[in-house]
Design a protein. Structure first.
Length: 165
């Protein structure tokens, strides 16, 4: 059985390889330090048969955005910075890509963001897609490109709520 849990010391970070050096390096060298410094939180997907092995991971942070280029009419009258969740990274081990693992991680990140929004308020979630292919991955889930950069995508909090109703 697969489960998502917070990255801890016992997880085998060095054994993870998603095929992207930057994403591998972050998990192996920086994710735990970022958590200790309260910068972000990384969550890993593991299998109960091999609980130390990381099947995939995502990193979640909170950010502040000025809603000028966010295509959401509800935010037009708000010129001040607004709080949002930031899906900073999402990666799946090379051996498990194409098996729905990324979707499981993304939905978990959305659920956590909804929980945060209930206690602190968020306008939605942002992701900086690394390229057009990655941006295309997020669009079916309701992410929309911002007006100034088609690789910065926004998922309104209302869309997240609808996904879980």
């Amino acid at each position: 059985m697969l489960s998502v849990e917070r990255l801890e010391k016992h997880h085998d970070r060095n054994g993870f390889d998603c095929g992207n050096k930057i994403l591998n390096d972050f998990l192996q060298k920086h994710a735990r330090q970022h958590a200790e410094r309260e910068i972000s939180r990384t969550f890993v997907l593991t299998n109960d048969t091999q609980p130390k092995k990381i099947v995939g991971y995502y990193t979640l942070a909170v950010c502040e955005v000025i809603p000028n280029d966010i295509p959401d009419p509800r935010l037009e009258r708000y010129p001040h910075p607004m709080p949002a969740a930031k899906l900073a990274r999402l990666a799946v081990c090379s051996h498990n890509q194409g098996n729905g693992i990324g979707e499981k991680l993304l939905l978990n990140a959305m659920e956590r963001s909804l929980s945060i929004s209930e206690n602190a308020g968020l306008i939605g979630m942002f992701v900086d897609a690394k390229d057009d292919k990655a941006a295309g991955y997020y669009r079916p889930y309701g992410f929309i490109p911002t007006e100034n950069d088609h690789l910065i995508l926004y998922l309104p909090i209302a869309t997240m709520r609808q996904a879980f109703e």
